[in-house]
Design a protein around this ligand. Structure first.
Ligand code: ADP
Length: 743
C-alpha cells in the first residue's frame, strides 16, 4: 500500500511532528510513503513535487516550526481543471490515499477532490491522459485529515495543531509587554490572530491578566465605555499597566470590525492613560513547536496514517481530533460544517450559538475572564472567610490559581485569604487577606509566591492544632493546591466539617482524577527545550548519546510523554522497570544504528525508574558498550523542570480549576478534587481519588493519562525504531544548521 502526505494552507508549528509521525507509522505498518511538497500546488504541478520518502527524510524536523514539506495557497486547485491535474499526478504516482494536514479550507478542498475523483478519473481515461492499468485500484480517493491551524477554530476537536505554540508566542509577548508597561504606567493594545475564532485572544487574556478582551464571538454593547471602566478601575486600585487583547476578527454588536487603532483611541478617550499598539502578526505562527504541539501532533500523525491505511474503499473522509490526551476520528465534513456554522452564527449575530458551539472550555473561559477583571475589592467585609494554601513542591501555575481563587471568592461576596508557607503556616497564624493588587501580576510568575510547605496534618495532634488554627481565624472553607499530600490533607480537613477542594499541582502529573496537574505542561516544555539544546551542542562533536534524567519519581508520565516530544530512542520508567535483558537489547539496537549513520542518540530516564540502574549507571553501561561508536554524556535536568514562568496551558488550567474550587468551598460541602477531563473540569470526591491511588508508588492505579503513555510506548518503537538506516533526501527543507539528530 502507498499513502501520500501533504501540508496545506496556513503553516502551523507541529505540522512537522505530524508528518514525521505519519511517515514512520506508515513505514512501521508496511506502507510506502510519498510526500507532496507545497500543498495542493504540488499535486497540481506533479513531477518531482510528489516523491517517495525514506526514513531519514523526516529526521530532525520535529523541533522546527513551519512545515518542512512546504505549504501554499493554491488558486488552481479551486478550479475543476486544477483538481483534474491533481488527480492525474496523484494516480501517476500510485496515490489514492492522502493524509492532509491543513486548515478548514484545505480540508474542504480535500473533500471536494474526493467527491469529484471518480469523474476526473473517467475523464482522464477518456482523454488518454491515464490508462486503465494506472487507475486500477485508484477509482476512489480516501482521505484522512488533521487540523493544522494556530487559531483553534475547528469544531469537534479540543485543540488544533499549532495553537499551543502560538499561545506560547503570545504569552511571552504579554509578559514582555507587561514589564515595560508597568515601568511607564502604559496601556497596550495587543492584536492577536483569529479571524473567526477568539480562542487565542481569550486564552491569552486569562494567561496575561488582560483588562479587557475583544472577540468575534462575544461583542459587547458600549465596549468602549466598558473597556474604559475596566482600565480606570484597575488604575484606581493601583495598577501600573493595562492590557487589552484584540482578536483579529473582533466586531462590535452591529458586526462592524474593530481595529487596534479604534481600541487605542477609545482607551485614550475613556481614560487619561496613554496607549500603544502591538500587533504580533506572523510571529505567532513561527518558532519552535511547544511540547504539546510536538507530542499531540506526533500522535495525530501516527494515528492518522494508521487509520488511512485501514480505510475501506468508498469510506467517508475522517478527521483526527483530540479530546484531552485521546485521539478520536470523526467524519471530516461534519467537523468542517460545524466550524462553518460557528462562522455563520457570528455573521448572523447569533453570538450565544457561536459561544456554545465553541465548546465547554471557551464558554467557561469567557465567563471567567469577565469575573477575573470585574471582581470588586478583594478585601470584602462579611461573607465567608475562605483560605487557599499550597502543600508540597512548588509547581508553575500555583500563582495563577491564587489569582483566580481570590477574585472568584471576592466576586461572590466572600473574603479570600492565603496561607503563607503552606498549610504549615496556619499553625503559626501565618495567613493574610488577599488584596487585588496582590493577585494582579502573579499569574505569570513561576513557583509559589506565597510560599509552600510539605507539612500536612498526619498525626492526631497535627489535626487538633490545625483545627484550632482554622477555628481561631474563622476559616469556613479551604482550597489546597499541590500534589498527593493535598488529597490526604483534604480527607483530614473533611473530618473537621470544612468544605475542601483540591487543585492538583505537581509537575510529575502523578495524581488520580485528572488528565493533568498544574506544572506538568511547563515541565514538559522545559525538558523539550533543554534536550533541543543538548542535541544542538552535539553538532560539532557528533556521535553522542545523551542519557537525560527527568523528574517524576515512580510515575513515568513526564519521561514517557517527553520521550515523544524529544524523539528519544529509549525511555525508562519505573512502571516498566529496567533489567539486564532489556538493556542488552536497547544498547545493541542503538549501537547498531550508529553503525548505520546515526549521529546523536537520546535516552530518557525517570528519576526513580530503577534503584540499581539509575541514570548514572545507564550512562556508564551505554558508554561501556559503545566501543568507540559513540560517546555518552549524562545530564540530570533536576530543578530546572520545576522553575520558570508557567506555560499557557498551565495558566489556563490553573484559572479554571481554582475558580471551580473556590465556588465549591463557597457553596458546597465535602472534600473534592477538581481535575481536567478532555475540555471539561470534573469533580471527584477526595476519598474516591485516594482509593484510585497507588500510595506506595505515589501514582494513580490506572492513570487518567494512560492513553497518552500507551501511545508514547508504542510510538517510541514505531516512530523512532532504533536501528533503521537514516539516509536523507536533500530535497526536504531541513536547514543545514539544524542539529544532526536522526531519530
Ligand atoms: P487553510 O487550509 O489554512 O484554511 P485556505 O483556506 O487558504 O487555508 O485553503 C488552502 C488551500 O486549500 C487553498 O489555497 C485551496 O487550494 C484549497 N481550498 C480551500 N478551499 C477550497 C474549496 N472550497 N475547494 C477546493 N479547494 C479549496
Amino acid at each position: 500500500m502507498r499513502i501520500g502526505v501533504l501540508t496545506s494552507g496556513g503553516d502551523a508549528p507541529g505540522m512537522n511532528a505530524a508528518v514525521r509521525g505519519a511517515v514512520r507509522a506508515a513505514f512501521a505498518l508496511g506502507a510506502e510513503v510519498y510526500v507532496v511538497q507545497e500543498g495542493y500546488a504540488g499535486l497540481v504541478a506533479g513531477g518531482d513535487q510528489i516523491h517517495p520518502c525514506v526514513w531519514g527524510d523526516v529526521s530532525n524536523i520535529m523541533q522546527l516550526g513551519g512545515t518542512s514539506l512546504g505549504t501554499a495557497r493554491c488558486a488552481a486547485f479551486r478550479s475543476p481543471d486544477g483538481r483534474r491535474l491533481a488527480v492525474k499526478h496523484a494516480i501517476e504516482k500510485g496515490l489514492s490515499r492522502l493524509l492532509i494536514i491543513g486548515g478548514d479550507g484545505s480540508l474542504t478542498g480535500a473533500d471536494v477532490l474526493r467527491s469529484e475523483w471518480p469523474s476526473h478519473v473517467e475523464a482522464l481515461l477518456g482523454s488518454g491522459d491515464l490508462v486503465p492499468a494506472q487507475t486500477k485500484g485508484h477509482e476512489q480517493l480516501l482521505v484522512v485529515g488533521a487540523v493544522g491551524s494556530i487559531d483553534n477554530d475547528m469544531w469537534g476537536t479540543d485543540m488544533t495543531i499549532g495553537c499551543d505554540s502560538a499561545m506560547h508566542r503570545i504569552v511571552d509577548a504579554m509578559d514582555t509587554l507587561t514589564s515595560t508597561a508597568r515601568s511607564h504606567q502604559r496601556s497596550f493594545v495587543l492584536e492577536v490572530m483569529g479571524r473567526h475564532c477568539g480562542y487565542l485572544a481569550l486564552a491569552a487574556a486569562i494567561c496575561g491578566a488582560a483588562d479587557y478582551v475583544l472577540l468575534p464571538e462575544a461583542p459587547e454593547h458600549d465596549w468602549q465605555k466598558k473597556m474604559g471602566a475596566a482600565i480606570a478601575a484597575g488604575r484606581d486600585r493601583g495598577k501600573r499597566k493595562s492590557l487589552v487583547v484584540l482578536a483579529e476578527g473582533a466586531c462590535d454588536v452591529d458586526g462592524e470590525p474593530i481595529t487596534a487603532e479604534m481600541v487605542r483611541a477609545a482607551i485614550e478617550a475613556e481614560t487619561d492613560v496613554e496607549a500603544r499598539i502591538t500587533n504580533l502578526g506572523h510571529v505567532q505562527r513561527g518558532g519552535t513547536p511547544s511540547a504539546y504541539d510536538r507530542v499531540m501532533s506526533t500522535v495525530l500523525g501516527t494515528q492518522g496514517a494508521a487509520r488511512l491505511m485501514s480505510m475501506a474503499p468508498g469510506a467517508e473522509p475522517l478527521l483526527m481530533t483530540t479530546r484531552g490526551h485521546e485521539v478520536i476520528d470523526k467524519p471530516l465534513m461534519e467537523c468542517v460544517r460545524g466550524s462553518k456554522e460557528v462562522a455563520r452564527a457570528i455573521a448572523e449575530k447569533r453570538f450565544d450559538d457561536a459561544i456554545e458551539a465553541r465548546g465547554t472550555e471557551f464558554a467557561e473561559l469567557l465567563q471567567l475572564q469577565r469575573t477575573l477583571v470585574s471582581a470588586r475589592d478583594l478585601t470584602v467585609d462579611g461573607g465567608k472567610r475562605l483560605l487557599i494554601a499550597h502543600i508540597g513542591a512548588p509547581a508553575p501555575g500555583m500563582n495563577a490559581a491564587v489569582r483566580a481563587f481570590g477574585r472568584v471568592v471576592a466576586d461572590a461576596g466572600h473574603q479570600p485569604l492565603v496561607a503563607l508557607e503552606g498549610l504549615h503556616g496556619m499553625l503559626n497564624d501565618q495567613l493574610r487577606p488577599l488584596d487585588w493588587l496582590d493577585t494582579e501580576d502573579i499569574a505569570s510568575a513561576g513557583s509559589a509566591v506565597f510560599g509552600t510547605h510539605r507539612w500536612w496534618p498526619q498525626e492526631p495532634h497535627d489535626v487538633v492544632a490545625l483545627d484550632a488554627a482554622l477555628t481561631r481565624h474563622d476559616i469556613e472553607g479551604v482550597v489546597l493546591v499541590g500534589g498527593f499530600e493535598c488529597l490526604r490533607a483534604a480527607a483530614q480537613l473533611q473530618t473537621m466539617g470544612l468544605p475542601v477542594a483540591v487543585v492538583p499541582a505537581t509537575i510529575s502529573n502523578n495524581l488520580p482524577a485528572t488528565d493533568r496537574s498544574l506544572g506538568c505542561d511547563t515541565a514538559e516544555n522545559a525538558i523539550c527545550e533543554a534536550v533541543d539544546r543538548l542535541k544542538q551542542s552535539a553538532i560539532g562533536s557528533r556521535r553522542r548519546v545523551f542519557v537525560v534524567e527527568v523528574m517524576g519519581r515512580a510515575c513515568g508520565y513526564l519521561a514517557a510523554v517527553t520521550g515523544i516530544g524529544t524523539g528519544a530512542e529509549t525511555v525508562y520508567t519505573n512502571e516498566e522497570g529496567i533489567d539486564l535483558k532489556r538493556l542488552e537489547t536497547d544498547v545493541a539496537a542503538l549501537t547498531h544504528s550508529f553503525e548505520e549513520g546515526r549521529e546523536v542518540g537520546l535516552v530518557l530516564v525517570a528519576d526513580a525508574a530503577s534503584d540499581a540502574y539509575d541514570a548514572n549507571a545507564l550512562s556508564r553501561i551505554y558508554q561501556g558498550e559503545a566501543r568507540g561508536r559513540f560517546d555518552t554524556r549524562l545530564c540530570v535536568l533536576g530543578h530546572l523542570q520545576q522553575g520558570g514562568r508557567p506555560a499557557p496551558r498551565d495558566r489556563v488550567a490553573a484559572a479554571r480549576l481554582a475558580a471551580r474550587a473556590a465556588t465549591h468551598v463557597a457553596t458546597s460541602s465535602g472534600a473534592v478534587v477538581f481535575g481536567i477531563d478532555g475540555d471539561r473540569i470534573i469533580a471527584t470526591p477526595c476519598l474516591q481519588a485516594l482509593d484510585a491511588a497507588d500510595l506506595e508508588h505515589r501514582r494513580p492505579k490506572t492513570p487518567p493519562h494512560q492513553r497518552l503513555v500507551t501511545y508514547a510506548k508504542d510510538l517510541t518503537d514505531v516512530v523512532v525504531a532504533k536501528s533503521v538506516p537514516t539516509t536523507r533526501r536533500p530535497s526536504l527543507q531541513t536547514p543545514p544548521w539544524a542539529p544532526g539528530h536522526k531519530v
